[in-house]
Ligand binder design. Structure first.
Ligand SMILES: Cc1ncc(COP(=O)(O)O)c(C=O)c1O
Length: 379
């Protein structure tokens, strides 16, 4: 049996004719960039996550970049974030000329450590924003982070690139703090047919800036109040996303069901894996974890991965090298051992196949192969 890490064809095929009809109507209208299709999607996403304002942009990365630019964060400023995330989270901070200040993550949730953020705020001068990442589809501890933001008078900006639809007791991912962003990279839980993203916020003045910064800081046409950039989303991507968005809650439920299956089976078999935790499960909200990824940990990670590959099972390592140890950030002065939890996660974590179309026999095969691997290992 073959079990790929992800098979997008299964999701896209049933929607293909509707998506192609939307694309055809864009071809007929010749409205390729921004316009009514984009505005419809922005309204739908704002309503879906509970944000006041939403702006479609060219990628999740550009969503963060345009937000930092619109907030005036730049040279001389620092931004506190996690070293255990996709590169873009810290890359954007650097690209606007600010300094990423890393703090370790929580060993159970993979999300930024609140105690670490509090220590950084106490000791590092010039921190202008807190950037938590809702990693793998589960929200960071937003209540505590918002309290720290209030205490220091700085915004909390949510990297919700992996978490559209995820819910925290305080609200929808991306719309809990001062602003946030989503990625519609094709492999995300809501994926476009190319790069796309969205930035959301609650404040009208920031919204006006974001709208202008997305389009060269231009307002009105050919008058530039700010130096923004071309961060616009294509209408075709918005059309694809508009067809898919109504299915997202159903897909999230499918992911949660598959996560529950893995959990039940690994617990029943006593498989020695560290399983993902669900810190907001008691909140009464169903989307407390949307399992963009199902990530387990084991000290035998590399051997397990090789075994699964042999068995035709796709896996991925998110992420093999934490950001404080990346070559491009050497000048920040971090060294191995600075963030032991993030470093351990990088050594031990493994993402297993999880998507709504994954069948029970496929999942049973994955579980069986993992159990077989551990049975053959000396205890
Ligand atoms: C946590 C995180 N932040 C930011 C991004 C950047 O999004 P994009 O690939 O759409 O630029 C991603 C997506 O890969 C991500 O996973």
């Amino acid at each position: 049996m073959q079990v790929p890490l992800l098979d997008l064809k299964l999701q896209n095929q049933p929607l293909k004719s509707r998506i192609l009809a939307e694309i055809e109507s864009i071809a007929d209208s010749q409205g390729f960039i921004l316009g009514p299709v984009v505005e419809r999607l922005e309204k739908a996403v704002a309503e879906y996550c509970g944000a006041g304002y939403a702006f479609g942009v060219s990628s999740g990365t550009d969503a963060q970049l345009v937000l930092l630019m619109a907030l005036g964060i730049g040279p001389g400023d620092a931004v506190v974030t996690t070293p255990y995330t996709f590169f873009a989270t810290a890359g954007c901070i650097s690209r606007v000329g600010a300094r990423p200040v890393f703090v370790d993550v929580d060993p159970d949730t993979y999300n930024i450590s609140v105690a670490g953020v509090a220590r950084a705020l106490e000791t590092v001068p010039g921190i202008k924003a807190i950037v938590p990442v809702h990693l793998f589809g589960c929200c960071a501890d937003m209540a505590a982070l918002l309290e720290l933001g209030r205490q220091y008078g700085i915004p909390v900006l949510e990297d919700a690139a992996q978490a559209l639809g995820a819910e925290h007791p305080l609200g929808g991912a991306g719309a809990i703090g001062d602003a946030g962003w989503f990625s519609f990279y094709p492999t995300k839980n809501l994926g476009a047919f190319g790069d796309a993203g969205m930035v959301v916020c609650r404040d009208a003045e920031l919204a006006a800036r974001l709208k202008a910064f997305r389009n060269h800081g231009m307002e009105p046409r050919y008058y530039h109040k700010w130096v923004g950039g071309n961060f616009r989303i294509d209408a075709i991507q918005a059309a694809v996303l508009g067809v898919k968005l109504p299915h997202l809650d159903g897909w999230s439920a499918g992911r949660r069901d598959r996560a529950a299956f893995y959990r039940r089976e690994f617990e029943r078999l006593g498989t020695p894996l560290r399983l993902p935790v669900e810190p907001w499960a008691g909140s009464g909200r169903s989307n407390h974890h949307i399992y963009n990824q199902f990530v387990v940990q084991t000290t035998d990670r590399d051997a397990l991965r090789a075994h699964l590959q042999q068995a035709g099972i796709g896996t991925e390592i998110y992420y093999p090298l934490p950001l404080h140890l990346q070559e491009c950030f050497q000048s920040l002065g971090y060294k191995p051992g600075d963030f032991p939890v993030a470093e351990r996660c990088a050594r031990e974590s493994l993402a297993l196949p999880i998507y709504p179309e994954l069948t029970e026999p496929q999942q049973a095969y994955v579980v069986g192969e993992i159990a077989r691997f551990f049975e053959a290992r000396p205890a």
